[in-house]
Design a protein around this ligand. Structure first.
Ligand code: NAP
Length: 275
């Protein structure tokens, strides 16, 4: 029987769906392990890692980058994205990986039956989640990746990270996106706009300029339908929220830890139930 201690570390840790997701998996697979949410101060990270008390753990805001120097190794995916969200203990060494990018890809595959190959993608946001999504889009060989963020520093940091990919371009204002709308295949909101403020990052006029075949994805999962998704749905566009990305990163984490996982639909159902 497999045993172990698993955790999510971050700070502050509000209500998290990860314990429900992974504890359900342990129960279903008869794995004698427990997953807990563990709020850690930055000064506690080093001793947490050194103790090697946990067989695996997830990392969330604000430590996805901070954790890297404390780990024994990171995968090439985590290295290229510059962030770690899943860690596995192997032969007493902590190995960091990133399943956010794969989680986004799994959601596209499972919910829409697509990847981003050949697509013109408009990515709103250049923060942590956007870095992982950019990686997926570039590995999928998207035709163009247009990135807009109000923070110039974050936009520049994302561009510098992927400077070897010629498809990626930064836009410096919302207005500068206007000529591109009719050619966009997929819009992805990776900003927090619409989570608490009940506002849409794009207005109706802008959404109306998109082709009727465009996908509009908001990686926010609470609320399930953000104002952006509501407007896009009312225009008849295909929409998707972030539940599947969260489920996907969890499933890929389980696969990394145990070589098996909940099914995509099971994971989505547990998350939806917990929201
Ligand atoms: P983050 O690192 O803070 O990045 C968000 C970025 O959006 C920041 O650079 C921010 O700039 C920018 N921004 C804010 N308002 C903007 C606007 N009006 N126009 C353009 N850019 C704007 O956050 P994150 O970790 O990437 O998370 C982003 C969102 O994705 C959150 O809502 C989070 O809940 C969600 N998320 C979902 C999943 C999932 O599994 N479904 C996973 C990760 C994240 P400033 O820093 O200047 O404000």
């Amino acid at each position: 029987m497999v045993t172990g201690k698993y955790a999510l570390i971050g700070y502050p840790l509000g209500y998290s769906l990860s314990p429900a997701l992974h504890n359900n998996f342990f129960e279903k697979e008869n794995i004698s392990a427990a997953y807990e949410a563990k709020a850690l101060l930055e000064t506690e990270i080093e001793s947490f890692v050194k103790a090697k008390e946990y067989t695996g753990f997830n990392v969330t805001i604000p430590y996805k980058e901070t954790i890297i120097p404390y780990l024994d190794r990171i995968t090439s995916t985590a290295h290229e994205i510059g962030a770690v969200n899943t860690v596995k203990l192997v032969d007493n060494a902590y190995i960091g990986d990133n399943t956010d990018a794969g989680g986004f890809g799994l959601m596209l595959k499972e919910d829409l039956g697509i990847n981003m190959q050949g697509m013109r993608v408009l990515l709103l946001g250049a923060g942590g989640a956007a870095k992982a999504i950019s990686y997926r889009a570039l590995k999928d060989e998207c035709r163009e990746l247009l990135v807009f963020d109000t923070s110039l520093d974050k936009t520049e940091s994302l561009l510098a990270r992927y400077s070897s990919y010629k498809q990626i371009k930064a836009l410096n204002s919302l207005q500068s996106i206007t000529p591109f709308y009719p050619q966009i295949d997929m819009v992805i909101n990776a900003t927090p706009v619409g989570m608490k403020d009940n506002s849409s990052i794009l207005n109706s006029e802008e959404i109306n300029l998109l082709p009727k075949t465009a996908y509009v994805i908001d990686i926010i999962y609470s609320p399930l339908e953000t104002p952006l998704l509501k407007i896009a749905r009312e225009f008849g566009l295909k929409t998707l929220n972030g539940v599947g990305m969260l489920a996907g990163q969890g499933i890929l984490g389980e696969k990394l830890w145990f070589n098996k996982s909940l099914s995509y639909q099971e994971a989505k159902a547990i998350i939806s139930h917990g929201l």
